[in-house]
Design a protein around this ligand. Structure first.
Ligand code: 3EB
Length: 345
């Protein structure tokens, strides 16, 4: 990473990472691995998340490596492993639902989610990084019904309760996020927070998710379409998981190509909005890094070709098999860039 860059992202095959010398890890804020468990040879105090979401575009697991300008401090509090510098903090929390019992109307997943988010807000409060910028959420069976309610809805209830309990409003000042169904394993949450509050960005083509009508669940999802913050005049940019939703409705059910095209119309719209409200340096879709979640592995080639038509051959992108939070959504795409330095693989 170049001197002075506030934050950098590199997608690295997990097998390459395991050979890195000890000193290489010094500037690493944290790692999210997709497709395989975390490597036990990594530093003990490294925040890491292992998500069971197989990679579709290459063999083996891939790791998202976040680096920040040093010096970094590390710690564990509220069950969260974190690293931070003077501007930002990255943390990971993994909770097993089996460690939680359902209580009356409240499912084990809802309780685990509430516990995770209360821990997250407690940590940010104590360490002094209140500006929650980006959250990644993964848990198995996101579309399954359990205890008379969709599991994604249970997750939304636990998340929103914790936002409200922390004194944060559940709309407006909310982070960029994604929520995907893994193939198994714990509730896994990674997050990035800053000293300063980020600016939430919405998409004029889409209803804000926190205003979705109740047909998508009694408690609405708590996230913004994008968020921008920090790095002086050139903000870091995170575009949330984005899908084929216009207004509040899913478009093109059963047509994965049309969904992918619609998703890019949404990403373009949220990028335009981000540039309108902040001095974001992002010269179009080719300047961002992407994670693409595909529900059905058989759709991978169709989705990849469409994605590459939009982002070009060189933009960093990984393609993962995962369930999207509405049963009729076949693809979801997240992006980041702006002042984030992107290392090409
Ligand atoms: C949507 O637009 C699709 O619950 O944190 C995208 C990004 C979606 C984040 C979340 C859900 C979330 O509603 C799903």
């Amino acid at each position: 990473m170049t001197a002075g860059a506030a934050l950098s992202l590199e997608f690295v095959p997990a097998r390459v990472l395991s050979g890195r010398p000890a000193g290489w890890w010094d500037g690493v804020l944290g790692v999210a691995g997709y497709g395989a468990p975390a490597d036990p040879a990594w530093p003990e105090d490294l925040p890491r998340m292992a998500v069971d979401a197989p990679r579709l575009d290459a063999d083996g697991a891939v790791c998202e490596v976040w680096r920040a300008a040093g010096p970094l401090a590390a710690g564990t509090a509220h069950g969260i492993r974190y690293r931070c510098n003077d501007a930002m903090l990255f943390g990971c929390i993994e909770l097993r639902e089996s460690d939680f019992a359902a209580a009356g109307e409240v499912s084990a997943l809802q309780r685990a989610t509430g516990t995770a988010y209360r821990a997250l807000f407690g940590l940010l409060e104590e360490t002094g990084y209140p500006g929650l910028l980006r959250v990644w959420n993964y848990f198995p069976g996101i579309n399954a019904e359990a205890d008379g309610c969709e599991r994604y809805w249970q997750f939304n209830a636990g998340r929103q309760d914790a936002f409200l309990a922390s004194g944060r409003v559940a709309e407006g000042n909310v982070p960029a996020a994604c929520a995907l169904g893994s193939a198994g394993g714990p509730l896994s949450i990674a997050f990035l927070a800053l000293r300063e509050p980020p600016r939430a960005v919405e998409n004029p083509r889409q209803m804000s998710a926190y205003r979705y009508p109740p047909q998508y669940g009694p408690r609405s999802p708590t996230f913004a379409r994008a968020s921008v913050a920090g790095a002086g005049g050139a903000p870091l940019l995170f575009v949330s998981g984005t899908a084929s939703i216009v207004g509040h409705r899913t478009l093109h059910a059963d047509d994965v190509l049309a969904q992918t095209e619609e998703t890019f119309r949404n990403i373009e719209a949220v990028l335009d909005e981000a540039r309108r409200v902040a001095p974001v340096r992002a010269h179009g879709l080719q300047a961002l890094a992407y994670k693409v979640y595909v529900r059905d592995a058989a759709d991978f080639a169709t989705v990849e070709a469409c994605v590459r038509r939009h982002i070009g051959a060189d933009a960093p992108a990984v393609f993962l098999r995962a369930d999207v939070c509405r049963a009729d959504l076949l693809v979801e795409i997240e992006a980041c860039g702006g002042a984030i330095q992107l290392e090409n693989p």
